[in-house]
Design a protein around this ligand. Structure first.
Ligand code: ADP
Ligand code: ZN
Length: 754
């Protein structure tokens, strides 16, 4: 156990009275243990395990959670007193106390960090703010004001321009996060009267409403046997884990609904996790139309809304919770079913402490609750696939679409043999002849098409033919992307923008070349190719508000748009019967990421995007443009052969000792000072090499070697033994406890390795 309970190290000894009762408190700090505080007379009897308390911590007051009570004073030093008890009843039940304790060990963070991450934000502070702060551009503010800040205050310019685009209030915290800004640009603009800051009590729930989903008359035989397999342990109140492999449209959701219904009937609750991006009013509506009290938890909710939902769940008023990653912590009573839909999605992994994977936490929580856990996907993660092969999960399959339609054919087009278009002067060919022909034909028949590519902006590379360099961000190790609509170069890491230089910043040669294509360029060239088509683009630049998303999809659904161009955003969950053609503009871009999962991601992407075509009575067709036609990920995807892909990929991973055949830990050290970063990672390498039997890869610069001015170095540790993994975590925690700087991140089972 990494975090010994009831051990008193800090707060530093202070002379004071001894107490009749002591509380062990977990605080949201990267510390190795919980701290003991004295319970003052007036609080005795009012404090219990699972309640939040305020405690003096160093010079500050912190919110912590009581994880134990006793009459033993700390072994050394004198305990300080609790400052306040914040709850009248336990906020964190025994089940979540146990779960977060496990998370601390599993993900190498403190119990307090795990605990505070499961509480709704409003409960992390002593005084939860029920109101939200929203900002908007003042009426009449426009080009004149933009021009005034353009040169000297680029951050204010970026903010003001975005607010003008949004044309309505947006939560201040959210826009600052999205544009990577502190709050000083907001304040400066507010002082000039160009931006309005308001406090509002926002109550609107974007997820309100039901969407009709008629209950099928009878389940198919496949669905029936899946449901039966799930019901047996549910009714027996035994834990069991399942992997439900089924393409989109194969009836998975119907299986979930059926099982949840039975769970409710026997008095048990349910949690359904879906990726944030699939958490649409439509999806939520399906659950609302079937069950009376559904609580929804998603990132666009205000703190106050989340708190209300949390309370409803914890009082038992809502027994079904649908939400993104963190909904796995909803305080559902007598949890009977946990569903993780699209379990392969990388967004289930949290990118900050505690760096948990919601799929693994779901399995753990279900086990502790004696609940059934179902992982669903058309393209299961290799981890889950392997678990099913080894019998740790029970495999269930829905191999056919309910509609009876087969899978649309996938054609792979070799872009190496396509003649480059000379007339556009850029030497890049975006659309193969085959794709262009099909787009034209579809348009003529009044059918709809979707084009996918995973890059936004106009061109991702600005290249100088003189010195053969590309224009890069000053503070990040990436090239800048040319955004034509706003006439600026943008860093996709730090969000900084700057005007396009007339000449190469390195050698001063005039005229930079725009290479490669992003969604803006695809949209533009599509407009040239098919001038009569009605186009829409969906990426994070055009979809500033949730409403934008609904509007475009609504228009597409009504047939007011012929062609939809977009990034990741359109790869999931869309269901439009008139779409007959889906094109993947460049399948190579995900293949070439420096990530051991790049083949898996490419396979998933093609399969998922392919699921968007031929959903109705019309047959669909998928075009995959690539220069890697022989790559096994592309070949297996084109053959709709998940098992073939998984078998091949698993074999390769086994040879190289990667997950799912080993566990990995990534150690990342970041600092503004390059030398400190290097020394920090060397120290980590040194302690890791002392652990017998683990493979230490690195240290090396991270694939993105600098972000926002911080130099980044990393190490990958691979091991096949849980015991060694424990050792690895222990030595890293010890190391991070010893040094304040540079910043050291421990990521167990990393998903992003950039
Ligand atoms: P998935 O979650 O795998 O994408 P869904 O459960 O949403 O699949 O089912 C796809 C479509 O088929 C939905 O429109 C659903 O209403 C319908 N459907 C599912 N099961 C049945 C069934 N047994 N009989 C008739 N229609 C069904
Ligand atoms: Zn940058």
């Amino acid at each position: 156990m990494l975090f010994p309970e009831a051990q008193a190290v800090e707060p530093p000894a202070s002379e004071g009275p001894s107490w009749g009762q002591y509380a062990n408190v977990a605080v949201n700090r990267p510390v190795r243990c919980e701290f003991t505080y004295g319970v003052p007379e007036e609080m005795v009897g009012r404090v219990a395990r699972g309640m939040r308390v305020a405690v003096p911590f160093g010079p500050k007051r912190e919110v912590g959670v009581v994880v134990g009570l006793g009459d033993e004073p700390p072994a050394k030093g004198k305990a300080k007193a609790l400052a306040a008890v914040l709850d009248e009843e336990a906020m964190v039940g025994e089940d979540l106390l146990a779960l977060t304790r496990w998370m601390g060990t599993e993900y190498a963070c403190s119990w307090g960090e795990a605990l505070l991450a499961v509480l709704p934000a409003a409960l992390k502070r002593e005084k939860g703010e029920a109101r939200v702060v929203v900002v908007s551009a003042a009426p009449g503010v426009g080009d004149k004001e933009l021009a005034e800040v353009e040169v000297r205050w680029p951050q204010q310019h970026r903010l003001l321009r975005t607010l003008i685009e949004i044309a309505g209030p947006i939560e201040k915290r959210e826009i600052e996060r999205r544009l990577n800004l502190s709050d000083s640009p907001v304040r400066s603009l507010a002082r000039r009267g160009w931006v309005l800051i308001e406090r509002v009590a926002r109550e609107d729930d974007l997820m309100a409403g039901k969407s009709d989903r008629s209950r099928p008359e009878r389940l198919t035989d496949r669905q029936r046997s899946a449901v039966d397999a799930l019901l047996t342990p549910l009714v027996a109140r035994e834990h069991a884990g399942f992997l439900l492999e089924g393409v989109t449209g194969s009836g998975k959701t119907e299986v979930y609904l059926e099982v949840i219904e039975r769970a409710l009937a026997i008095g048990r609750g349910a949690i359904v996790l879906v990726p944030e991006i699939a958490l649409t009013p439509q999806t939520v509506g399906w659950f609302r139309s079937r069950f009376e009290h559904v609580a929804v938890l998603h990132s666009r909710m205000t703190d106050a809304q989340r708190l209300r939902m949390w309370r409803r769940v914890s009082r038992g008023e809502a027994r079904v919770v649908v939400g993104a990653r963190s909904a796995i912590f909803a305080p559902v009573k007598d949890l009977g079913v946990v569903v993780v839909d699209e379990e392969h999605e990388p967004s289930f992994k949290q990118g900050s402490v505690p760096r948990y994977h919601a799929r693994d936490v779901a399995l753990r929580r279900a086990r502790e609750a004696g609940a059934v856990c179902v992982l669903g996907s058309a393209t299961p993660s290799l981890e889950s696939w392997q678990a099913a092969r080894e019998g740790r999960l029970t495999a269930l399959a829905l191999p056919e679409r309910i509609s009876g339609h087969g899978f649309p054919p996938i054609e792979v087009v070799d872009m190496r043999t396509e003649p480059t278009l000379v007339e556009n002067g850029r030497g890049t060919r975006l659309f193969s002849k085959r794709l262009a022909d099909l787009l034209r034909a579809g348009l003529a028949k009044g059918e709809q098409s979707i084009l996918f590519l995973n890059r936004r902006g106009f061109s991702p590379v600005l290249w100088c033919s003189g010195c053969k360099t590309t224009v890069r961000c000053d503070t990040c190790d990436v090239g800048l992307t040319w955004h034509r609509n706003i006439r600026r170069l943008v860093c996709h890491i730090c969000c900084e923008e700057r005007p396009v230089p007339g000449q190469c910043p390195t050698c001063s040669k005039p005229g930079l070349h725009q290479l490669g294509a992003g969604s803006e360029r695809v949209e533009q060239e599509l407009g040239l190719l098919l001038p009569e088509a009605r186009l829409a683009r969906m990426d994070s630049d055009t979809m500033r508000r949730r409403e934008d998303y609904e509007e475009v999809l609504g228009a597409f659904g009504k047939g007011e748009i012929d062609l939809l161009v977009g990034t990741q955003m359109i790869a999931k969950g869309l269901d439009f019967p008139r779409v007959t053609l889906v094109g993947i503009v460049n399948a190579d871009s995900s293949l070439h990421l420096p990530d051991f999962r790049s083949a898996e991601r490419t396979f998933q992407l093609i399969s998922q995007v392919a699921g968007r075509a031929g959903r109705g009575d019309l047959t669909g067709r998928i075009i995959v443009q690539t220069t890697a036609t022989d790559h096994y990920a592309i070949q297996h995807a084109a053959a709709h052969d998940y098992t073939g892909f998984a078998t091949r990929e698993s074999g390769l991973r086994e040879e190289l000792g990667y997950p799912p055949h080993a566990r990995m830990v990534r150690v990342l050290v970041e600092d503004l000072d390059e030398r400190l970063a290097s020394e920090g990672i060397e120290r980590a390498a040194h302690v890791l090499r002392q652990v017998d039997g683990v493979a230490v890869l690195g240290p090396a610069p991270a694939p993105i070697a600098m972000m926002r001015g911080r130099h980044r170095r990393h190490i990958m540790v691979k091991t096949t033994s849980e015991e060694q993994l424990d050792r690895v975590r222990a030595v890293l925690i010890e190391l991070s406890g010893e040094q304040r700087k540079p910043r050291l991140t421990i990521d167990v089972d990393p998903v992003s390795v950039l």
